[in-house]
Design a protein. Structure first.
Length: 143
């Protein structure tokens, strides 16, 4: 299966960084596949039982932080002569990743597994587990 577009889930964690490193090597090996870096932001308004002043500002700050995070990674990758696209969306991470993978016609989705505690490492992270159930694209899970 040729790889032209590789979508990578980015959340700032070490497993996500390892996933990005592997995805960039795959992109190079595939002759320059495009990397699509995707970050999902939770909407704090969704979790507030009643309207709370300032939550929109929190969401905006989260989006800007995620965009800076992706831009830094993209700059390094582009310096290595890889083509990179960035996408920040608000919503549950599995939904955002599935929608992005379908919309961008990703040939492969790469995601890190959870890397928190010993017990959690024994199982895949909840986002990755959800992707396994709903994603209709090949998924590579990086420990």
């Amino acid at each position: 299966m040729p790889l032209h577009r590789i979508l990578v889930a980015i959340d700032g964690s070490e497993p996500a960084d390892r996933a990005l490193a592997l995805a960039s090597e795959l992109a190079r090996s595939a002759g320059g596949a495009t990397l699509i870096l995707v970050s999902a932001i939770s909407d704090p308004v969704t979790f507030a039982p009643t309207p709370v002043a300032g939550l929109e500002m929190v969401l905006e700050a989260e989006q800007q932080g995620a965009e800076r995070n992706l831009a830094e990674r993209a700059e390094r990758l582009r310096g290595g002569r890889l083509e990179v696209e960035m996408l920040v969306r608000v919503g549950p991470a599995p939904d955002v990743l599935v929608e992005a993978a379908e919309a961008r016609r990703a040939d492969l989705v790469v995601a890190g597994s959870t890397g928190k505690g010993a017990l959690q490492r024994a199982f895949l992270g909840s986002v990755t587990t959800r992707l396994l159930h709903v994603l209709r694209r090949p998924l590579l899970v990086v420990p």
